[in-house]
Write a protein that binds this ligand. Structure first.
Ligand SMILES: Cc1cc2nc3c(=O)[nH]c(=O)nc-3n(C[C@H](O)[C@H](O)[C@H](O)COP(=O)(O)OP(=O)(O)OC[C@H]3O[C@@H](n4cnc5c(N)ncnc54)[C@H](O)[C@@H]3O)c2cc1C
Length: 254
């Protein structure tokens, strides 16, 4: 048993392989600033989607609002990556988030092979996208936003949120959306030159109502393009909440 937990601790420090090991001061600061949890379950929802459940006393009595973020420590230094809890049970001390394995990074490799029992440090929950006060929510997102979508349905179960996702793999993402109970979401294949975004904008405007609250998340360039289309169609910025989750060529956006 002790052998097992030792190797788990080792693995958790290997997320960021290129960074030098933490010095004593950094370790002390991290103990103060970061919450410690244990990964209690790992569920592959699809080849590139993994649902992670965190458990620990540090998750108890936390004030989580759907749409909030957590920032997961990569193990060494203060570099972190941001994820969106799908749920947070402050009484039981557990929370879940969904990682999209876009590939090619140490973070993706870590979450692809992670096992229950591995410790994880994080900051948060912290506010990111406020979902609770939207009248008729309409979400545009991508593979990184399935957790956000599931959180939105929890907080607005009767609002009938409309959802559109741009993705690379329609079949895989549609299966995961169905598994999450998000059967009515529209899924559009990402195309080079972003030619699909005009179609997406038209679809969004077709289903929008006068009091629709737009939530734009995911890829920065797509958000900018959709926002421009909405503005051109007369949608005011007051009705739009936007948050870039990643941008091509940028690491650890946020
Ligand atoms: C508020 C917030 C909430 C988020 N919630 C989630 C969530 O719940 N689930 C989730 O999976 N992600 C979420 N993200 C996105 C996630 O933090 C980023 O995708 C992050 O960059 C991944 O880290 P990485 O180390 O794999 O790649 P990085 O080291 O950050 O980036 C390396 C390269 O990979 C590219 N890249 C990063 N993300 C993607 C992607 N999705 N597709 C294609 N290329 C990419 C970058 O452009 C860069 O070129 C969220 C981000 C924010 C800001």
């Amino acid at each position: 048993m002790s052998m097992h937990s030792t190797s788990n601790r080792q693995e958790s420090q290997d997320i960021s392989q290129e960074a030098p090991a933490d010095g004593a001061f950094t370790r002390m600061l991290k103990r103060v600033l970061l919450k410690q949890a244990t990964i209690s379950s790992v569920e592959k929802l699809g080849a590139q989607y993994v649902r992670i459940r965190l458990q620990g006393d540090a998750l108890r009595d936390q004030n989580w609002t759907p749409g909030d973020k957590i920032q997961v420590s990569l193990g060494r230094g203060f570099e972190n990556r941001t994820y969106t809890p799908v749920s947070w049970d402050a009484a039981q001390g557990c929370a879940e988030f969904i990682v999209y394995l876009h590939g090619g990074t140490a973070t993706c490799a870590f979450f692809d092979r992670v096992q229950p029992g591995i410790p994880l440090s994080f900051m948060g929950p912290r506010s990111s996208l406020e979902l609770t006060r939207l009248q008729q929510p309409l979400l545009f997102g991508d593979e990184t936003c399935l957790g956000l979508a599931a959180a939105l349905v929890q907080v607005q179960p009767h609002a009938g949120a409309a959802m559109v996702f741009e993705v690379d793999d329609i079949v895989q993402t549609s299966q995961v959306l169905r598994a999450l109970g998000l059967r009515d979401a529209m899924v559009v294949r990402r195309q080079s030159g972003d030619v699909h975004l005009a179609q997406v904008s038209e679809a969004i405007l077709r289903v929008a109502l006068p009091d629709t609250g737009f939530i734009l998340a995911g890829r920065a360039a797509a958000i900018q393009a959709i926002k421009r289309h909405l503005n051109d169609a007369g949608v005011s910025n007051r009705s739009i909440k936007a948050k870039a989750y990643w941008a091509a060529g940028k690491r650890g956006l946020d």
